[in-house]
Ligand binder design. Structure first.
Ligand code: IPE
Ligand code: IPE
Ligand code: MG
Length: 249
């Protein structure tokens, strides 16, 4: 019995392992409401959210997902009170620091997508370290979207195209979808097959706008800190029941 067959059997994971989404992206929303419901400060929700993420990363890898992109901090999240932004940055730094012990050994690759230059120095340093450390890992690719905004990403791609045109490296008639996709943070990844958003909100909030042209969406009322393996399985099962047409008949 192969590792996967036995793992799926033992854990009663009844998903079709031959039709897994290659790339899952998650908008991890609802930390604040999770805390409020318990009379706790919002930052307690963020801490619990970070724990939920640790679990889902390891589980996704176990069931054979190749790419997992998680929305951790948007370009718009700077609008929050400084104390909350500081707490989020602290948790992200801690997450990256622990990644070596908890994820590198599991052959997981960790990258950050987003405007890294706009992040505090200590986080920038840690991102570079973890990126280098895990660059050759061949298990799950975890992309943490940090200071990420899809419109900003597209603006940067357009700027880079303009520079190439101006310098004569590219002619306008050769600009196509690949020349844009190749200038996004996700240039070497497949588009997400499935986007999950927790907490009952049904919007995209500036996440992977270009990349989600044909993505399947799955929404749940579960708040992110409560999101567990069984919820991911439920999302994958629903994904597997859908018929993706990509504009075809
Ligand atoms: C998601 O939870 C985490 C981030 C956006 C950083 P929220 O903090 O948005 O939680 P709610 O939406 O207020 O409940
Ligand atoms: C989206 O959640 C960003 C992250 C999960 C990091 P928000 O809570 O910031 O989104 P809105 O403001 O409800 O659209
Ligand atoms: Mg929110």
């Amino acid at each position: 019995m192969s590792f996967f067959t036995s793992f799926f059997k033992k854990n009663q994971v009844d998903i079709d392992k031959n039709n897994l989404p290659r790339h899952i992206a998650i908008i991890m929303d609802g930390n604040g409401r999770w805390a409020k419901k318990r009379g706790l400060p919002r930052n307690a929700g963020h801490r619990e959210g970070s724990n939920a993420l640790k679990n889902i990363v390891v589980f996704s890898d176990k069931i054979g997902i190749k790419y997992l992109t998680v929305y951790a901090f948007s370009t718009e999240n700077w609008k929050r009170p400084k104390s909350e932004v500081d707490a989020l940055m602290g948790l992200l730094l801690e997450y990256l620091k622990n990644a070596e012990r908890e994820l590198h050994g599991k052959n997981i690759r960790i990258r950050v997508i987003g405007d890294v230059n706009g992040l505090p120095e200590d986080i920038k340093k840690e991102i570079a370290r973890v990126d280098k450390l895990t660059a050759k890992n061949t298990g799950l690719s975890l992309n943490i979207a940090l200071n990420y905004g899809s419109r900003n990403e597209i603006v940067n791609a357009v700027k880079s195209l303009c520079v190439d045109v101006k310098n004569g490296r590219l002619s306008v008639k050769d600009i196509d979808e690949d020349s844009i996709a190749g200038r996004l943070y996700t240039f070497d990844m497949p588009d997400p097959d499935l986007i999950i958003r927790t907490s009952g909100e049904k919007r995209i909030s500036n996440f992977l706008l270009w990349q989600s042209a044909y993505t399947e969406f799955w929404f749940t009322d579960v708040l992110w800190p409560d999101f567990k393996d069984n919820h991911l399985i439920e999302a994958i099962k629903e994904y597997q029941s859908r018929h993706r047409r990509f504009g075809g008949a």
